[in-house]
Design a protein around this ligand. Structure first.
Ligand code: RB5
Length: 149
């Protein structure tokens, strides 16, 4: 599985930990930056990561900023992206089972590395349940088709 990952300066340490975890567990990683500690703008990094999921270059994505909120909002502006801002494993499990989320957002100023890695593992190893949930995803897609170019 190929994972797109990106962060701003507020998420750099967690991103490094996530990249290490992904490599260790056999995932292919495409890193869209930032790799600098200096202040930057999270949409500049969340956008190419989200585009990589939307265009099929990568299978899943992880975006990290200080809160996880800015990167999730930015990623969710890309058609086809369902980016879940999760700071617990229950949400990570059910956003895969029910929402077929294709991206995960973390806030480095909110959670620690250990919990982040457990959430990431849950997200990457849980499948979509389909069934009644597909109809709901289709309704989200219909909203995108109504409002996106
Ligand atoms: C950067 O200071 C911070 O605003 C950013 O990382 C993120 O938390 C925005 O949502």
């Amino acid at each position: 599985m190929k994972i797109a990952i990106a962060c701003d300066h507020g998420g750099l340490d967690l991103k490094r930990a996530a990249v290490d975890y992904l490599h260790t567990h056999g995932y292919e990683v495409v890193d869209f930056g930032t790799n600098e500690a200096c202040s930057c703008d999270y949409p500049d990094f969340a956008l190419p990561a989200a585009e990589a999921i939307a265009n099929g270059t990568c299978d899943r994505g992880v975006v990290i900023c200080g809160t996880g909120i800015g990167v999730s909002i930015a990623a969710n502006k890309v058609k086809g992206i369902r980016c879940a801002h999760c700071h617990d494993t229950y949400s990570a499990k059910y956003t895969r089972l029910h929402n077929d989320a294709n991206m995960l957002a973390f806030g480095q100023r909110v959670i620690g590395e250990g919990l982040m890695l457990e959430i990431l593992e849950t997200f990457l190893t849980t499948g979509f349940e389909g069934g009644r949930h597909q109809k709901r995803i289709d309704k989200i897609t219909a909203i995108e088709n109504k409002y996106f170019k």
